[in-house]
Unconditional design. Sequence first.
Length: 588
Amino acid sequence: MEGEVRPLLLDPQCSPMFILPWDPLRAKKSGIMILVSVTLERLAYFAVVMNLFLYLNKGQPEIQSWEPIEALTAVYVIHGVSCICSPIGGWLSDSFIGRYWAVILGSLVYITGYAFLTALSVNGNTNFHWLILGKESHPCSAHVYVTLILIGFGIGFLRANVPPFGAEQVRAGGDHAVRQFFNAYYWCVNVGGFIGIGVLAYVEQNVENGFFISYLVATTALCASLVIFCAGKGFYIVHRPGNSVVINCFRIVGEGLYNTCKKHDSVQGSPMFRRQSHQPVSLVALRGSSWIDRAKISHGGSFHDATVEDVKSFSKTLVFIFVLLPYWLVYFQMSTSFQAQGLHMNLHLNGSSTADFEIPAAWLTLCDDAFVILLIPVLNLVIYPFLDKKHITTVPLCRIVVGMIMSLTAVIVAALVEHFRLEDWRQGNSINQIISNTNYNASSMSILYQIPQYCLIGTAEVFAGVAGLEYAYTTAPRTFQGIVLGLYSAIEGLGSFLGILLVHITRSLQLGWIESEVHFNQGHLDYFFYLLAVIQSVVVVVSGLIMCLRWEPSRRDVHMEETLVASALHSEYYQSIETPPIPESPVT
């Protein structure tokens, strides 16, 4: 079944959209197609990104390796570009090409970037490297960054459009069906990550030409993801793009400011609500109005009241999305500073530096994926139903605060691990271990001591990550959902760029926290972790205060409020019309 329905609020005067009849079979088929596609895409994503630091930091004959701070910066860049491109993808889908074609466009660019990265990872083919890289190429050359930008561009388009597109397929089933989809979506994301990291990361670190093999498999998985997504076209509900909601936002804001400056504000000033001076003030006036309300028809403006309310709701949603910025800053430490820390710890299971088997540093992120995979079913099948029976609300903001507390604990644990690792190295308990042709002067302290910090990050992800995604979708108006989900991902990108900024600030101030590979153990990575903990602590306190003030807007409350106001305005309108009295019926 393929439907074409008009989205809500395409223009200031449009009417609400109708909801398609609930078709569980169609929703199940379309949902499976999307979730399988997501699993393959995340498999490819994590297989590359989680070991990108090691790939750039490793030594090989054809490519000169990067210093740790350069490799950290590159990982931050690919995260940042992917997330900053998300609002662009959301805006294009909402206003011009629709979510279905935005996903296809993003996937094609994504695959192109992976194909280039696979070509760059070819090892042993001298003629190929002469053709693509040149004999003495450095990995910070422009072509490497172009490849990373292409990948980031494709990831951004998918992040902004796949979650809302999938939720649209089950929206007719109500809030419960939407919640189930997001839980399944996040679960599939981590299943893909578990496979990508658990299998392909091992190949990258322990097999000859492992990066080329892994990147080739990842590129193939991306192609399969696109094919499966396209195969479900016959089952999808596809919404047409509307007018540019961004332009409407600016128009509403501009009109609100203009009418405020002119002091043109009144229900009485609107032709619909003219009344005699002895009539009572309307409900809208009693409720109080902000400057943006002056763009409403009911206040003498030219925009539908519900459209202006959507813009106001959109602004509140953005405020809470920004609250997650420090959380994402800590989250991205898994693929950057946590991995740098792990590469300087003993990777052998039995603690002996002569053992054959080495634990891939990226494998520790499997603890994060495992916690997400296990905790999501437990929370949704056991914990949340139990709390609901006890009438204990689990609003998204509450779960976000709990998640941020967990991420705060994780970064404190990482700082303690780094403190003891440095102490162990300074006492002479050091080993030399070669990982992908690079010699790391590491502490004899086992990398398994990193498990608690990764598990805490996974717990934080279950609360803050899922709740943030659910909140962004459920509170966003229909025509803003692509942009809101894009901005949600953009906050992740800002977290990455904030990580770059913090790293380079510490370097410019010559604090000596993150040193080059030769002097890495003479630095103080633990101080960097403590700085992250301070930033996260401040936001936790602020978020807790906001939660206590109960300022979090519920989409259901917004709709109920709009309904009450609309009913009151209707009542006032008809009361202002002079009608003849209704004759009394005779008493029988």
